[in-house]
Design a protein around this ligand. Structure first.
Ligand SMILES: [Fe+2]
Length: 437
């Protein structure tokens, strides 16, 4: 029996009744099918960089999660589809045995895609059986909730990984030709950046026990946050172009030491997926190559680039606490996965008297200035699921807010994503802040 209380927490309620969870399970699984429907079996084998995994592997691994953590231990009489998959599709749970090297995932030509789809149907059939009856224990419902959220995380990765795969292919195929690029019409100039003042104070940070959250969002605790100003929209491509034109990538004084090393080592001159043709910049999107639009939030930048840009702009990145204070009163809405755009949308100009930050949720993950660390009192769960988040609290930075590839029901103000500071293949962008002086 896996103890999950520190992996996730949520309050029993009518909304959490098994039929509702079953419906959400079905919707989640259908979302994965929809995201892969346009991909050939060959597309689904590509692993074009060390960060990415093949689309077929994402489908098998998310299925493995339900198979391993829920059905095998909790459904009486359950027989796994193939016992060998228990090791093959393990990602990083060392407690369960030695997972295959991540770099080898593109060599898993067997099981074939059809077999993986049968594996998913096998798990679907038994998950529906498990969730159908009201006798299912609270612990099992919590595990199913975690399994759904886990699959949603992989849905975003599936999109970013196939984008990288298609960019790596000289044919530059489109993932979603129906995702209408915003360049189809005339574009306004970037709206001016405005900022909102927030007073100093002792603030509550983190998720409370009343709703689903990952263990890394808790315990909710108090943090003293000095006064700060927070940008009302993300940094835009037009502003980033000015940073490039001002020799931003050639001026060591703008960069952290490791950032400057990364610029040299990787020969960065622009965000990932940008390329210059003559005097114009183009970017590869999920809908193919198109012009960089000045009014869109810049994305596919590393933490190092976000930090250097902020320094160049006379500002800094917000801490994750500042970000959460600004986001807490706002509704979760915006350009998320369900919009089907798979690209950040042009920023609207805030109304003259508005003090509400725009594009907080969706569009681009926003790098914070905060290292990914445990909140006071954090304790990973016992057993394999304790490896879900806690063991990654080293050498990574927190990102907030979700992106155009994040499922809507997956994101919230307290959500902490995390990646190493060189990471660029996610839809990662920039929000500026300063001390208000
Ligand atoms: Fe996973």
């Amino acid at each position: 029996m896996v103890h999950l209380k520190s992996v996730l927490t949520f309050r029993p309620s009518a909304e959490r009744a098994a039929p509702t969870l079953a419906e959400r399970y079905n919707a989640c699984r259908q979302q994965t099918e929809a995201l892969t429907a346009s991909l050939s079996a060959e597309d689904q084998m590509v692993q074009s960089c060390a960060d990415a995994s093949p689309a077929k592997w994402h489908q098998a691994h998310t299925n493995w999660f339900f198979d391993t953590f829920i059905l095998s231990p909790h459904l009486t009489g359950y027989r796994p589809f193939d016992a060998k998959f228990r090791d093959l599709f393990n990602s990083y749970y060392n407690t369960l045995g030695a997972p295959p090297d991540k770099a080898l995932r593109s060599t898993f030509s067997r099981p074939a895609l059809d077999e993986v789809r049968k594996y998913r149907r096998h798990v679907d059939e038994h998950m529906r059986q498990l969730l159908k009856y009201g006798e299912t224990s609270e612990a099992v419902l919590e595990l199913a909730e975690l399994g759904i959220n886990h699959e949603q995380q992989h849905q975003e990765l599936l999109v970013t990984d196939i984008k990288h795969a298609f960019w790596s292919n000289p044919l530059r195929p489109e993932y979603r030709s129906e995702a209408t690029p915003t360049s189809a019409g005339p574009h306004p100039s970037p709206p001016p950046q405005k900022a909102q003042n927030y007073p100093e104070g002792l603030r509550e940070i983190g998720a409370d026990a009343g709703s689903f959250h990952f263990d890394n969002e808790s315990p909710r605790h108090k943090v003293f946050v000095p006064a700060f100003r927070f940008g009302l929209r993300p940094a835009l491509c037009g502003e980033y172009l000015a940073f490039i034109d001002d020799r931003g990538y050639e001026r060591p004084e703008l960069w952290l030491s490791d950032g400057w090393k990364a610029v040299q080592a990787h020969r960065w001159v622009a965000p990932l997926y940008w390329e210059r043709n003559g005097t114009e910049w183009f970017q590869f999107t999920c809908s193919g190559l198109r012009k960089v639009e000045e009014s869109e939030p810049v994305c596919h930048v590393s933490y190092f680039e976000a930090d250097a840009f902020a320094r160049w702009a006379g500002a800094r990145l917000p801490t994750e606490f500042e970000w959460e204070i600004a986001a807490a009163p706002l509704a979760v809405e915006g350009n998320l996965l369900e919009s089907g755009k798979f690209h950040p949308e042009a920023s609207p100009e805030s109304k003259a008297d508005s003090i509400m930050p725009l594009q907080i949720f969706g569009d681009v993950w926003e790098w914070s200035a905060s290292a990914y660390l445990p909140y006071p009192g954090f304790k990973p769960a016992a057993g394999a699921l304790g490896e879900y988040n806690g063991k990654f609290m080293s050498g990574q930075m927190v990102l907030r807010g979700g992106s155009c590839a994040t499922p809507r029901s997956h994101i919230r103000a307290t959500y902490r994503n995390f990646f190493p500071p060189e990471t660029r293949w996610q839809f990662s962008g920039i929000r500026l802040a300063d001390d208000g002086n």
